[in-house]
Write a protein that binds this ligand. Structure first.
Ligand code: GDG
Length: 473
């Protein structure tokens, strides 16, 4: 069985307790790596005065990891710059927040080259290489330039934007062309996959042959492959002591009120301001609900070095303060807005104690919180998921109450509908969603992707493949 080499910006094996890992990717990838004898390569999160390419090897939670440190300028230009101030907003349709700067693009190219340079000597010819996310789009092409013929795949965790938006990026052609050096590219939903096809067929005259994009003699398989949860893990998490304690604590503190829960990294893509405004509208238009419900919004800060993230933090504090000031009474606070993280088990207890799960991103590649909320419910008396139509998860979780996250009225109506939903309907919707989450869990996701990668003909048979592919030179 070939060895799996996974590469992502950060290497963070899932841990519990105070340092509980908070990334969707971390939760999913560690599960995939544990079952193979793989290696996870990436940035340590640490800075060094001068990049040396020195690798730190570790074994954490059954996963072998290899990490490198980056220079301060790399972190500024590649991570805080091109990844988080250019690509992240652009790929989430926020051209207004997209910052275009040549030193960001330069830093991005430099760090991808540094990854290729340090990773190269660790690779064996049969290794399956799986690169993750928007930080490392050019890595496959950089490895090919160094002569690596391995099967190399890429998974995009975030949306793929429409061509009209992507074209505001200088060198967009080079970036997309570098992606076609991969053998397989996975997307969270068919919508993002189609947007990629639109670009490569229009801009490069690439031809589609079934699932394959054919360009300059290369064939790249484009896969709709939504990420899932670790089914076995969510089963045990919800019955853990920490989950039970958190559930009880929330139920007791709610004193009979219906809790509505949101759990999101503090990020403008998650639609938090719009969500708070919708909740305010609900309390304004439906005074009978006042004192009967409460919103718990858990929002651990992220990317605090990026100015737009400092702004959203300030905006949300002001908004929650003003809503509480307007509606609170001596024994009722309408919004509990919490800027801290909780352990995974505690989160499952919190989800289970909440009648409504409010997941309303303006755009989201997938959104694992939506799936976690469903997974944590008691099937006999499940809560209701209110889900944005612009989350990748909406393509799978069709039985959620689907809302437009830009419309305060739509979200407010969705919450009211969820609160009033009869038990039989809640059970029916929950059953269908749980079935989907269990069937297409994280093991299904990684197996589907890795099977597609393993099916790619080895280097020896590629010359014939290129002829058969009929791609344009
Ligand atoms: C990217 C894409 C895609 C949150 N707070 C705490 C905590 N979390 C965990 C959640 C969930 C994860 O973080 C967040 O995952 P999401 O999927 O919602 O969002 P992103 O971080 O933006 O992830 C996204 C994902 O990649 C995977 O492909 O779904 O679309 O943007 O698992 O539970 N975990 C803990 N404490 C917290 O306070 N332990």
């Amino acid at each position: 069985m070939p060895r799996l080499i996974a590469i992502s910006n950060r290497v963070q094996v899932e841990t519990e307790g105070e340092n509980a890992n908070r990334g969707g990717l971390a939760v999913a990838l560690a599960a995939a790596l544990r079952s193979s004898n793989g290696l996870w390569f990436g940035w340590s999160g640490e800075q060094t005065e001068e990049f040396t390419g020195q690798i730190t090897f570790r074994r954490e939670g059954g996963v072998a990891t290899a990490t490198i440190d980056l220079e301060a300028q790399d972190v500024d230009e590649y991570y805080n710059g091109f990844a988080n101030r250019t690509l992240w907003p652009l790929f989430h349709y926020r051209l207004d927040l997209t910052e275009i700067a040549r030193d960001f693009a330069g830093g991005y190219a430099r760090v991808n080259e540094r990854f290729a340079e340090t990773l190269g000597p660790l690779l064996e010819p049969d290794d399956l290489i799986w690169v993750h996310d928007y930080h490392l789009m050019p890595l496959g092409a950089r490895l090919r330039m160094r002569g690596f013929d391995n099967r190399i795949g890429f998974f995009l965790h975030i949306p793929w934007p429409p061509s009209s938006l992507l074209m505001s990026l200088p060198n967009h052609r080079d970036l997309v062309e570098s992606l076609l050096a991969y053998d397989v590219i996975g997307f969270q939903s068919d919508e993002w996959r189609q947007a990629f096809i639109d670009y490569v067929t229009a801009q490069f005259d690439a031809e589609m042959d079934g699932e394959y994009a054919c360009h300059k003699g290369r064939r790249t398989r484009l896969l709709d492959c939504p990420i899932g949860l670790d089914a076995a893990d969510f089963g045990s998490a919800v019955h853990s002591l920490a989950a039970k304690q958190a559930e009880t604590r929330l139920v007791v503190s709610a004193v009979g009120r219906d809790m509505i829960v949101g759990v999101d990294r503090l990020d403008y893509s998650k639609g938090l301001q719009e969500r708070f405004a919708a909740y305010e509208l609900l309390l304004t238009k439906r005074p009978e609900l006042r004192e009967k419900i409460a919103l718990l919004q858990i929002a651990p800060p992220s990317r605090g070095d990026v100015p737009s993230y400092q702004q959203i933090r300030a905006d949300l504090s002001a908004l929650s303060g003003s809503i509480n000031g307007e509606f609170a009474s001596i024994d009722w606070v309408p919004i509990r807005y919490v800027n801290q993280g909780y352990s995974r088990d505690e989160l499952f207890g919190i989800y289970r104690a909440s009648k409504v799960g409010l997941v309303t991103p303006l755009r989201d590649g997938m959104n694992l919180v939506a799936k976690e909320y469903v997974a944590a419910q008691d099937p006999a008396d499940p809560g209701v998921l209110v889900l944005s139509c612009f989350a990748g998860a909406a393509a799978q979780l069709k039985e959620a109450v689907i809302v437009n996250p830009h419309s305060a009225e739509d979200i407010a109506d969705g919450i009211a509908r969820a609160l009033a939903m009869p038990l039989a309907e809640r059970q029916e919707r929950h059953k269908a969603m749980l079935e989907c989450i269990t069937r297409q869990d994280v093991n299904w996701w990684s197996q589907t992707f890795m099977e597609a990668l393993a099916e790619v003909p080895g280097p020896d048979s590629r010359p014939q493949l290129i002829e058969a592919g009929g791609g344009k030179a």
